[in-house]
Design a protein around this ligand. Structure first.
Ligand SMILES: [Zn+2]
Length: 120
């Protein structure tokens, strides 16, 4: 408990006995773009999140080949807000929510006729 205030980093000591100077603080991630260019991007080992893709020098999106895409299909499908919404709600729930909001709107607009309301 006495060393709790020390700022010592894990692993900092272990490299002191090594003859070589090891850049312990970094790792290099390789990104490959559709043109076959390789981008080597150094990241801090302490980085909380290594991005899966990187913009290549040619402007294309390069990706890591050493790991799978995070929840992404190769069909370059990008999760939309709608997709995320569907993961939490069913269509039925959404319909009910929508109807609630519509009812509220209609109440607020009071004077307008309900002719625009779509009834299934
Ligand atoms: Zn490229």
């Amino acid at each position: 408990m006495s060393e709790s205030m020390r700022g010592t980093r894990l692993g900092a000591l272990s490299y002191e006995t090594d003859a070589r100077v090891v850049p312990a603080e970094r790792m290099v991630i390789s990104y490959t773009c559709p043109e076959g260019h390789q981008s080597l991007v150094p990241f801090s080992v302490e980085a909380e999140e290594i991005p899966f893709d990187w913009t290549c020098r040619c402007g294309r999106a390069a990706v890591r080949l050493d790991t799978d895409a995070p929840e992404q299909k190769p069909g370059r499908h990008v999760r939309s807000h709608w997709d995320m919404l569907l993961e939490r709600r069913t269509i039925k729930e959404l319909e009910e929510l929508l109807q609630e909001r519509l009812d509220l709107l209609h109440e607020q607009e009071g004077s307008k006729p309900a002719a625009l309301r779509k009834t299934a």
